[in-house]
Design a protein around this ligand. Structure first.
Ligand SMILES: [Zn+2]
Length: 312
């Protein structure tokens, strides 16, 4: 292991590269009432829109797999002109029910960034927000949380709110940003309380939402690839270096059962941290994908992507 990882680390040094690659990023792909949506009310890109988009892209681009991109990064093996890679974040079951069959039918491969999680684990914070916003609406959820905050926490809320508004963030992103970042530790258990009160068993929701080991195995056998996306989906610019190291290590441990190293990673929310590339290298990752739209990539740990929902 040591020799081979040293070899690919060395390869990386040479690959201060100029990769030309269009990478698309998708999240939920579902329709109301289907197996993925499962009555949750959480919306996503419709399956019809997704399929039409994949057909258009496959006509105008040379579709490549993670294996091709990995060879391009590690060995400088050239990619075709107008190369395109499809990526899918969060390891949600939409990717098994609605994406995998469509890609397999078209003989295409996708790269799926799944969270490192135990099958009996609860929901990471952003997914609690998805369920609760779908059930209660953003304003009701905000009020329910506000009522449960103490004065010190409300002061943090007001301060963060002012800062995010100054940056011109949409009101939904202001509230989500405060819950995901500034008040994450306080809000996380409150969200679990609200899920138990308004929806039901959080563990059961998580079990239905995320890909299970059998589905991942089947997708791998069907030509799909997996990458890391952390364990708890935090903002990397908002947690400590030790937490970042834990999150990346958890991804590596989860992926070892599924993929050949070196692995790929996608930054949760696209949040960046300067020490992340070094942590990736220490944990056998050779590439990391951001949410910054770009077709050329000079650094394998900052490969830009386009959001499929906004793609023309
Ligand atoms: Zn994500």
């Amino acid at each position: 292991m040591r020799a081979s990882s040293a070899a690919w680390l060395q390869a990386l040094e040479f690959s201060a590269m100029n990769l030309n690659l269009t990478v698309l990023m998708y999240h939920y792909v579902r329709d109301a009432g289907d197996a993925a949506e499962a009555g949750s009310g959480i919306r996503g890109m419709s399956k019809q829109k997704f399929c039409a988009q994949v057909d258009t892209i496959a006509r105008t681009y040379e579709m490549v797999s993670w294996k091709d991109v990995r060879e391009a990064v590690l060995e400088k093996k050239p990619l075709p002109e107008r190369a395109c890679l499809l990526t899918f974040d969060d390891g949600v079951c939409d990717h098994y029910w609605n994406v995998f069959p469509e890609l397999a039918r078209r003989k295409l491969s996708g790269l799926f960034f799944a969270l490192a999680r135990a099958e009996d684990a609860n929901l990471p914070l952003p997914f609690k927000l998805h369920f609760l916003i779908a059930r209660l609406g953003l304003e009701n959820l905000r009020a329910e949380i506000w009522n449960r905050l103490n004065e010190a926490q409300r002061a943090i809320y007001r301060d963060a709110e002012a800062r995010y508004r100054l940056r011109g963030k949409a009101e939904t992103d202001v509230v989500k940003g405060i819950f995901q970042r500034d008040l994450a530790d306080a809000v996380n258990p409150l969200l679990s309380e609200l899920i138990a009160q308004h929806i039901g068993s959080e563990q059961e929701l998580a079990r239905q939402l995320f890909l299970n080991d059998a589905q991942i195995k089947e997708m791998r056998a069907g030509g799909m690839h997996f990458g890391g996306h952390s364990a708890t989906h935090p903002w990397f610019d908002f947690i400590s270096p030790a937490q970042r190291a834990d999150e990346i290590r958890a991804s590596r441990e989860g992926l070892t059962r599924v993929e050949q190293p070196p692995f790929a990673f996608a930054y949760p929310y696209g949040g960046l941290a300067d020490d992340a590339p070094q942590l990736f290298q220490q944990n056998h990752f050779c590439a990391a994908f951001t949410t910054r739209a770009s077709v050329t990539h000079a650094d394998p740990f900052y490969i830009g992507r386009f959001d499929g929902e906004e793609w023309q």
